[in-house]
Design a protein around this ligand. Structure first.
Ligand code: NI
Length: 157
């Protein structure tokens, strides 16, 4: 396992569309392991493969240290309902936060590293994480969903 460099906003790779995973091999497993390690080291809630320079439909999410890591290969949102407006940030946009409009409840379909299909449902933060990370696979950053960005006086870190 290895820590990978996180690509920052401004790099064109972050606006590209990722491709579906077709091979469920050791390389995919290694990518997922590295992404988990990189997310945890950077205290992220989620990480998408384009953020480490790999244009593949792979996402990892861990909304809390006590919760399991979700590994999502070829994830798709299959249902979304309700609305929430909460503060959001991204490891590719350090120090920047904005209030985004997202669905409150999201249901997704995804594969694991072996190609087994799973369904996940999430509310609140988990729903936001699903939307945010899956957006990365289409080259979309959270700022395009921001109702407004926070200014420096609102960010206490
Ligand atoms: Ni992000």
């Amino acid at each position: 396992m290895a820590i990978r460099n996180i690509i920052l906003e401004g790099d064109p790779i972050l606006s590209k569309k990722s491709r579906k995973v077709e091979k469920f091999d050791d390389r995919l497993a290694l990518l997922i392991e590295d992404m988990i390690e990189t997310m945890q080291l950077n205290n992220g809630v989620g990480l998408a493969a384009p953020q480490v320079g790999v244009l593949k439909d792979v996402v990892v999410i861990q909304i809390d240290k006590d919760k399991n890591v979700l590994e999502l290969v070829n994830p798709e949102i299959i249902e979304a309902s309700g609305v929430q407006e909460e503060v959001e940030g991204c490891l590719s946009c350090p120090g920047e936060y904005g209030i985004t409009k997202r669905p409150m409840h999201v249901k997704i379909k995804a594969l694991d590293r072996l190609g087994n299909e799973y369904f996940y449902e999430g509310d609140g933060l988990l729903a936001r994480a699903f939307c945010h990370e899956i957006d990365h696979l289409s080259g979309i950053l959270f700022k395009s969903h921001a109702v407004r960005m926070l200014d420096k006086t609102e960010i206490d870190r």
